[in-house]
Design a protein around this ligand. Structure first.
Ligand code: LLP
Length: 437
């Protein structure tokens, strides 16, 4: 993946940096982000969807991984940003991200968050429900502003992915339901409300999707809705946001399609359906998160205890685990591992990679084929860039790991490691709880 290679010492390098040396310099666990890979992924989407030609806009979904440095990379590649909270918005603003390219998502945006976004003058509000519609209209009118909105719709499309990351089905907490007429009703409401300007429609059918068909289907269903909205209200859908969800490689079982396949399918269907329904062709918007940052990130750990249960399994424990990567425990997600200091050796055994958290479910990989593993080895799990750091916790009072950005042999720190003081930062001790020692 990305710019991973093996150097003359038989060690793994990422972005030209020797991972064993990175581990020595920055400590482990360490998230390593390959800048060239991030930029290449951005450019692939930009090119494939015809951003320069004015066919589409690509909005990076910040929930996958967001820091100030990441915002700068995304902005410099000409992508917009999808934020889902005041915290993500605050990060983007602190990074100087162009506000007009920020899209604000979320099914329960607070009063304070809506005010923050109006104050900043962000590009689009992706409105999820009636309460938000009313509140946003009132707030923007009070401020003498006009909020540009996109309506989030649940189209009733099933894509094959894990239950927790399916979002397109009708029984969902997200968006206005299409099949029961809620979406059309929302458009009618938009027409009557002051302080908001209708720009278009949004749907997101799920995550880690490998099929093209659900996207094509979504286009058809959404444009039919656009036609119904035009008919009922006269409102024109000038933007069609199809969300993210483009699947990536984690293990040999995953067969991702090139971005161009998604782009061609989506753009062609938009062209056809718009023509058939006699609608002006809308600007397509896509919101990839995982596909931009997933393959660009890896996590380096140091191997600690190795426990063999003869005839059963060999457990290899690393110095992180579910606190820095909850995905295997939460979704049964699979990953591949490499020993950075033995990257030129063939696999010699099958081991289970476990973390150091006090929980049996704290497994990273159940079956990893590796050269003989010993304490002190640097074990790298690849493709951890998306939903790794952003879903990390302080479970067992582990500090969150550091992250470095590597490129052409240089490594820059982009997230500091949390130390013990960070863990105590928010603790408050009532004076009556005296220390009894
Ligand atoms: N747009 C919307 C409205 C979304 O809800 C999401 C993801 C995305 C875009 C980006 O999806 P992506 O391209 O990254 O698949 N924590 C889970 C994934 C949750 C995705 C939630 N929404 C995981 O680790 O697999």
């Amino acid at each position: 993946q990305g710019t991973m290679q093996v150097n003359a010492q038989g060690r793994l390098t990422i972005g030209g940096c020797d991972v064993v040396e990175l581990a020595r310099e920055f400590g482990t666990p360490l998230y390593i982000f390959d800048e060239e890979c991030i930029r290449n992924n951005c450019r692939e989407f930009y090119r494939a969807f015809g951003v320069k030609e004015g066919l589409a806009r690509v909005i990076y979904a910040g929930k996958a991984f967001l820091t100030t440095a990441m915002c700068r990379i995304i902005a410099s590649e000409g992508l917009g940003l999808d934020v889902v909270s005041g915290g993500e918005l605050y990060t983007a603003l602190a990074a100087g991200f162009p506000v007009e390219n920020i899209y604000f998502h979320g099914n329960n945006k607070s009063y304070a968050e809506l005010c923050q976004a109006l104050e900043a003058g962000i590009g689009r509000f992706v409105v999820d429900n009636f309460a938000e519609l009313e509140l946003l209209s009132r707030l923007s009118t009070e401020r003498g502003q006009v909020a540009r909105i996109i309506l989030r719709v649940t189209p009733g499309i099933e894509a094959h992915t894990h239950d927790y990351i399916r979002t397109g089905q009708i029984d969902s907490k997200f968006g206005f339901t299409l099949p029961n007429g809620q979406a059309l009703e929302a458009a009618r409401r938009v027409k009557d409300l002051p302080g908001i300007e209708f720009k278009g429609l949004h749907c997101h059918i799920g995550s880690q999707i490998f099929e093209l068909e659900p996207y094509s289907q979504a286009v058809a269903v959404m444009l039919e809705l656009a036609a119904a909205i035009k008919e009922a209200t006269g409102l024109l859908t000038s933007e069609l946001d199809l969300g993210g969800g483009f699947g990536i490689y984690y293990t040999a079982e995953d067969h991702p399609r090139p971005v161009s396949a998604y782009a061609e399918t989506i753009l062609a269907r938009v062209r056809e359906e718009a023509r058939a329904l006699n609608l002006p062709q809308p600007l397509v918007i896509v919101e990839p998160g995982r596909a931009i940052i997933g393959p660009a990130g890896s996590t380096a750990y140091t191997v600690g205890t190795v426990k063999e249960i003869p005839g059963v399994r060999k457990y290899v424990a690393v110095d992180g685990g579910m606190a820095d990567n909850i995905r295997p425990a939460l979704y049964g997600a699979n990953y591949e591992a490499i020993l950075a200091n033995k990257a030129n050796l063939p696999a010699a055994e099958t081991v289970a990679i476990t973390g150091k958290c006090c929980e049996s479910g704290d497994m990273l990989i159940w079956e990893a084929d590796l050269p003989r593993v010993e304490a002190g080895d640097i074990l790298v799990i690849s493709c951890t860039g998306a939903y790794g750091y952003t879903m990390a916790s302080n479970y067992n009072r582990l500090g969150r790991p550091a992250a470095v950005l590597v490129r052409e042999g240089n490594a820059d720190l982009i997230l500091k490691r949390e130390d013990y003081n960070d863990l105590l930062r928010n603790d408050v001790v009532p004076a009556r709880l005296v220390c009894t020692r």
